[in-house]
Design a binder for this molecule. Structure first.
Ligand SMILES: [Zn+2]
Ligand SMILES: [Zn+2]
Length: 249
């Protein structure tokens, strides 16, 4: 009854095109179909999408993961970074378009469901509960003040709530570094080295940590966080993003 009243006063609208939708925070069918959602086949470890109708067996690995050079122990992205996802992700990140938060976090939660059946601990039916801590990729203070919010933390909160585990925004700090735009992977790896500092290793030690961010471009940020968290004693480091850049490998 209450929902019927609020729907009447505040009808649910698609956050992209404003078309009427039945449920708050969902895309209309037309906008949903425009995204390049990542589905199988994909790398069982990092989620890199393979061309459709390629039969690679039940646990295919991309060349990077097969060589053991993956950034994290497990990574998923809800969709591919392209014109459509960028038009949601960039306004959310920089222009306070928080109306996209629910669509983004729900898509990410959906991609996490796989952990239950195909994750690194697939023998354990309750492996989603294997995540101890949700850690939004930290933002340097200077950026936080300027922007007023950490977009990763806004996405991490509903994810942590869904997994029923704490969200940690205090244990890792990030130093300010100028923007990494237009750098290749190697340059980014060098530029980002040493920017994260674990302030409270006691919160990290022995934990399986899920990193959350809006986008993964080269993976350098995740690789560096993985390095720093493992050094602090993390048991495993996973990652989930809304969209990721997909390059030919
Ligand atoms: Zn729409
Ligand atoms: Zn992979």
């Amino acid at each position: 009854m209450f929902k019927q009243i609020t729907d009447f006063i505040f009808p649910s609208a698609c956050p992209v095109c404003k078309a009427h939708v039945s449920d708050h925070g969902t895309l209309c069918a037309k906008c949903w179909a425009a995204f390049n959602w990542i589905s199988d086949p994909k790398c069982a470890c990092c989620g890199y999408p393979f061309p459709a109708n390629l039969d690679l067996g039940s646990k295919p690995l991309c060349p990077v993961c097969a060589a053991g050079e993956n950034e994290t122990d497990w990574m998923r992205a809800a969709c591919v970074y392209d014109d459509v996802s960028r038009n949601v992700m960039l306004p959310f990140k920089h222009a306070g378009a928080l109306k996209y938060k629910t669509v983004m976090s729900r898509a990410m939660i959906n991609s996490l469901r796989e952990l239950e059946t195909q994750g690194p601990k697939s023998e354990d039916k309750d492996s989603v509960r294997g995540i101890d801590l949700v850690l939004p990729v930290p933002l340097a203070y200077r950026r936080l003040w300027k922007r007023g919010y950490n977009q990763a933390a806004l996405l991490a909160r509903p994810i942590a709530k869904h997994l029923n585990v704490p969200m940690d925004v205090n244990s890792v700090r990030r130093k300010y570094k100028p923007d990494m735009g237009h750098m290749n992977y190697k340059q980014r790896r060098e530029n980002i080295r040493g920017v994260f500092r674990v302030r409270h290793p006691e919160n990290i030690r022995g934990k399986t940590i899920l990193l959350v961010d809006d986008v993964m471009t080269t993976g350098a940020t995740f690789a560096e966080l993985n390095r720093v968290l493992k050094k602090a004693g993390a048991r495993a480091v996973y990652g989930i993003v809304f969209c990721r850049v997909v390059r030919a490998i």
